[in-house]
Design a protein around this ligand. Structure first.
Ligand code: E4P
Length: 223
């Protein structure tokens, strides 16, 4: 399972690019607004693209099919290998079909059920983004929904890649991988949290202390 970072924060994306195991970035209008509501979206997206050099999903803001297609054309004029993020509404599915017919990659967002995922796959979505945290927020079993979708994908041989989105904690990453998601898109703080373990820190401290002792001993013997 690949890991994308789910953010529009340039410093966090720069750090993720350095980490060496992040394969892409997803954004949405709320993430862009959180960083700077007055930001020039095109400029910010291009900054992100320069940093990550991998997958980058950019969301449209129209709710009608033609508006979404026009926005997709504009985003593709910024950089040609953009993935166009389209909301899971009927007008969005029409847009996905049209973009898919032209070979343009799409990421259908705001998917909360297996029925929605099936519709998006049949419309030709390249990616389907299943929102975990927001399901948990309403006391719905997000892992169960993701497992259903992954099982259906195996049975039906759907080609759309499954993205576990709205990830809120490191356990969501493990559950996504266990269920069989292709990608988890994860907020920066959760990525960093997922790398930490107290035994790693304790072990490293002990190694460093012992190395220091050896170096001190060697230098005292050489005197
Ligand atoms: C990513 O594609 C989604 O937009 C994002 O994961 C939503 O996360 P949230 O539910 O934490 O806002």
């Amino acid at each position: 399972m690949q890991i994308y970072v789910d953010t529009a924060n340039i410093n966090h994306i720069r750090h993720c690019a350095e980490l060496g195991f992040i394969s892409g970035v997803t954004t949405n209008p709320s993430l862009l607004a959180k960083e700077d509501p007055s930001v020039d979206i095109r400029q910010r997206i291009l900054e992100i693209y320069d940093l990550i050099g991998g997958h980058l999903s950019v969301e449209v803001n129209s709710t009608d099919t033609n508006g979404m297609i026009a926005e997709a054309d504009e985003i593709l004029s910024w950089f040609p290998n953009a993935t166009i993020k389209i909301p899971m509404i009927p007008e969005g599915l029409s847009a996905v079909r049209k973009l898919s017919n032209k070979g343009i990659p799409t990421n259908v967002t705001l998917i909360f059920s297996a029925n929605q995922a099936i519709a998006a796959a049949n419309a030709g979505a390249t990616y389907v983004s299943v929102f975990m945290g927001r399901l948990d927020d309403i006391s719905f079993d997000s892992v169960g929904v993701l497992q259903d979708i992954c099982e259906i994908w195996d049975v039906q041989d759907y080609e759309s890649l499954i993205i576990a989105a709205s990830v809120r904690n490191p356990l969501h990453i493990i559950e996504s991988a266990r269920a069989g998601a292709d990608i988890a898109t994860v907020p920066y703080n959760v990525i960093i949290q997922s790398l930490k373990h107290p035994l790693t820190d304790a072990g490293l401290n002990a190694f460093l202390k012992d190395y220091q002792k050896m170096t001190e001993l060697k230098s005292s013997l050489n005197k």
